[in-house]
Design a protein around this ligand. Structure first.
Ligand code: UDP
Length: 330
């Protein structure tokens, strides 16, 4: 990586993706400051960074942080991410994902910090009209989570034009896996994501995995998703920061492996990797879930030279399994 020593502010750096990002930047010799309110993250997941417990709703606090550090790039991971919850409690999603992000962006502009990497999502596309989904696909979210992320993308377009705030939005498909050296992994509490829940069944912490809907229009009736290794996802952020600092341009990229796996296929792979029986229960559909989400990542490969190092779902699950065994089954 050719990025010179750079100072990064990682907002939400105590969470799943933010903590892996912080570790990667630290290992590359960059200066990292983490801001997190610990609403869902863990302070002991922050490795190699200065940790500041703060809430991005608080402009004054943020302003102090920007004034006392010379920050080059902000990466923003502090968002609520549960699609089902966003349908039940949209206030929470717009307040945190939109209103607090607006505060952060205003503070950045006031402090002349002009480089922003934004965690966006495949949920901005809604029910796909075609797959794999490229950047030109129509954006029509079907849940408040997707709306909240699309709103920020739109705000960022205006802020580039008006204030010269450059941003790269990375629309993640399904982030998964763990640090290959098992120093970090997924630790949501309560856990809602498929792979960690499946592995909790394999390790005996949970009796069964509920499949939310088996009557979708897919090969076996269960939802199809594109799982991307957390390390590959973080590498894309690094390349994004490098490109933005070099070219001073705002861009948007879809980010996945381009391979779709149904829930049932994923569970079969997990049984192979763990060598354990995984009991399945059929459950009703979860509100706000599209049948199939698979990325066309041609643009991010061409423009940022991104290539996944761990495209294989078996390896993604293996790393998550090692983390489950190490962290939760000591
Ligand atoms: N899912 C499921 N059972 C669970 C959790 C998730 O069937 O206990 C399904 C969910 O409906 C979706 C897929 O697994 O189709 C991936 O869900 P996850 O929450 O991991 O990620 P998302 O696709 O919402 O980002």
């Amino acid at each position: 990586m050719s990025l010179d020593k750079t100072t990064f502010l990682i907002v939400g750096g105590a969470g799943y993706i933010g903590s892996h990002m912080t570790l990667m930047l630290h290992e590359l010799g960059h200066q990292v400051i983490v801001v997190d309110n610990l609403s869902t993250g863990f302070e002991d997941a922050v490795i190699g960074a200065k940790f500041i417990r703060a809430d991005i709703h608080d402009y004054h606090n943020l302003d102090q942080i920007f004034m006392s550090h010379s920050i080059d790039v902000v990466m923003h991971f502090a968002a609520h991410i549960d699609v089902g919850e966003s349908v039940r409690d949209p206030f929470k999603y717009y307040r945190n994902n939109v209103v607090a992000t607006q505060t952060l962006l205003e503070c950045m502009v006031a402090n002349k910090v002009n480089h922003f990497v934004f965690s966006s999502t495949a949920a901005i596309f809604g029910e796909p009209e075609y797959v794999p989904i490229d950047e030109a696909h129509i954006k029509q979210p079907i849940n408040p989570y997707g709306h909240s992320k699309l709103m920020v993308e739109q705000m960022l377009e205006s802020y580039d034009q008006a204030y010269g705030l450059k941003s790269i939005c990375l629309r993640y498909f399904n982030a998964a896996g763990a640090d290959p050296k098992t120093r970090l992994g997924e630790r949501h509490d309560p856990e809602t994501h498929l792979i960690p829940l499946v592995l909790q069944v394999a390790s005996g912490r949970r009796d069964a995995i509920s499949i939310f809907g088996d009557d979708y229009d897919t090969q076996d009736g269960t939802c199809v998703r594109d799982y991307i290794h957390i390390v590959d996802l973080c590498k894309a952020h690094l390349l994004a920061a490098e490109c933005m600092l070099r070219e001073k341009a705002s861009q948007r990229f879809n980010l996945g492996n381009g391979n779709g796996y149904s829930i049932k296929q994923l569970i079969d792979i997990a049984m192979r990797v763990t060598n354990k029986e995984i009991i399945i229960q059929s459950s009703s559909r979860r509100e706000g879930d599209p049948a199939t989400l698979v990325a066309d990542s041609t643009l991010v490969k061409n423009i940022l030279n991104w290539e996944p190092e761990y495209p294989d779902l078996e390896e993604i699950i293996l790393h998550a399994w090692k983390w489950e065994l190490k962290h939760f089954n000591r």
